[in-house]
Design a protein around this ligand. Structure first.
Ligand code: HEC
Length: 129
């Protein structure tokens, strides 16, 4: 009887530890959850602190940015430059410069951002112009 009670305490302790671990995992992934397919550099440089793929937070949603560049020439190069040099658009927030992001990483991020527009269109079945 005494032994069974002891086991029960141990099991309960394990459940508490597991629950604490799950909460830790859940909250750390909430802080900057990289969506599937996003380049790791987006998490590494904390872009998701201010951006989400499909939701405006402090910064515009990446899908919105992609839509605003639709059909523009050199879109990836322009976005890559903005990532590295930052923007001040006059809103309460600005896009800080990220000189630590290499030119090739910035290009890869820009291509990912632009890809969100076409995946959106494909998902809605509208296609691209
Ligand atoms: C401190 C918050 C913050 C962080 C961190 C941040 N951004 Fe931004 N970003 C913004 C804001 C705010 C804007 C809108 C700026 C404006 O239009 O005035 C913006 C705009 C942009 C744009 C818009 C370009 C356009 O032409 O409309 C891109 C692309 C972008 N961010 C990418 C990134 C990437 C990639 C990272 C990580 C390397 C990053 N941002 C990190 C706040 C942030």
């Amino acid at each position: 009887m005494k032994r069974a009670a002891h086991v029960a305490v141990r099991v309960r302790r394990w459940i508490l530890i597991l629950a604490a671990m799950l909460v830790a995992i859940a909250s750390s992934s909430l802080a900057s959850a990289p969506p599937d397919g996003a380049p790791a550099s987006l998490t590494e440089y904390r872009c998701y602190d201010c951006h989400r793929d499909r939701e405006s937070v402090a910064g515009p949603a990446f899908a919105e940015i992609a839509a605003s560049y639709r059909g523009k020439r050199d879109a990836a190069a322009k976005i890559a430059a903005e990532i590295r040099y930052g923007i001040r658009g006059g809103g309460p927030w600005h896009m800080p410069p990220h000189p630590e992001v290499s030119a090739s990483e910035a290009k890869a991020i820009a291509r990912y951002i632009l890809s969100l527009d076409s995946t959106d269109a494909a998902a809605q079945g509208t296609g691209r112009r």
